[in-house]
Design a protein around this ligand. Structure first.
Ligand code: ATP
Length: 271
């Protein structure tokens, strides 16, 4: 018998899966087959983007992972860490719209998931302030949403998703409505947060450029029903920054991802 160089415990922690979807299909009640069969495995701490044409089932994948929807067939597994996790909050979800409550201030918007989970007010406020500091909004806790720019509102939405300290962050086109400079800035800040917090991130986008800039893997989906068209690993020196964005390697990856995506669009036009 050959001796393993790595202990089984270390080996399993290195390869531990945060999310696994196997043979998953989803047909909605109206008969639309949105997904599948779809297989995806995401390791702990990975940053993975889902890219594909409109209506190919990207949001459906996120909703299945968040258990907001059940698969029609196949299995969806989500690992939860063993530390202190608020019930139902091992996952943070950031949507395209920041959906903030206009009648209350930024701190209270961020505190909402903790309030719903019954966390005492003083503790909730302290955690909300810490989450706001992590997204660069320490000085805006008492502001109201109407006083904030689109980018700042999105930061609040991100802070609200982080306040429960989830293991997994699901992001559904969070920066799509923002201007390009704000989007670049938020991309950099998200990468810095990911590096320091080491959450697992599954990020839906329509942008080839954004997916390559942010991710360790870009998963390209086919037209509906969404399946995996390509799974492309983006290997580059870390941390990424403007140097990567203007590099030949970045352009090469963008070309590869675009080429993988092209058949999904021609498939879609024949539907
Ligand atoms: N609740 C629902 N009931 C019926 N059909 C739905 C429902 N949710 C989504 N669909 C349909 O399922 C398909 C996949 O939708 P989904 O929102 O997952 O796609 P998407 O790739 O995220 O699209 P987009 O990029 O435009 O946001 C679409 O055809 C959509 O119309």
């Amino acid at each position: 018998m050959t001796e393993s160089k790595t202990s089984p415990a270390v080996e399993s922690s290195l390869t531990a899966l945060a999310v696994s979807l196997r043979g998953v299909t989803k047909t909605y009640d109206n008969g639309v087959m949105a997904l599948g069969p779809f297989d995806l495995a995401v390791r702990n701490g990975e940053f993975v983007s889902l890219l594909g044409p409109s209506g190919c089932g990207k949001s459906t994948v996120l909703r299945l992972i968040a258990e907001l929807s059940a698969p029609s067939s196949g299995t969806v597994r989500v690992a939860r860490h063993e530390g202190e996790v608020l019930p139902g909050h091992g996952i943070g979800f950031v949507f395209q719209e920041p959906t903030l409550m206009p009648w209350t201030n930024v701190r209270e918007n961020v505190r909402l998931p903790l309030k719903l989970a019954g966390v005492p007010k003083a503790e909730g406020r302290a955690r909300a302030d810490a989450a706001l500091a992590s997204v660069g909004l320490a000085d805006f806790a008492d502001s109201f949403p109407r006083e904030l720019s689109g980018g700042m509102k999105m930061r609040v939405s991100l802070a609200r998703a982080l306040v429960t300290d989830p293991d997994i962050l699901l992001m559904d086109e969070p920066f799509a409505a923002l201007d390009e400079i704000t989007r670049f800035r938020l991309n950099n800040d998200l990468l810095a947060l990911w590096r320091s917090l080491r959450k697992t991130v599954i990020f839906v986008t329509h942008s080839v450029f954004e997916s390559v800039y942010l991710s360790q893997r870009v998963v390209v989906m086919t037209a509906r029903p969404g399946r995996i068209q390509a799974d492309i690993r983006i290997e580059t020196v870390e941390p990424r920054g403007e140097e990567f964005r203007t590099s030949a390697a970045y352009s090469d990856y963008c070309r590869r991802v675009s080429a993988a995506l092209a058949p999904s669009y021609s498939e879609q036009s024949t539907l």
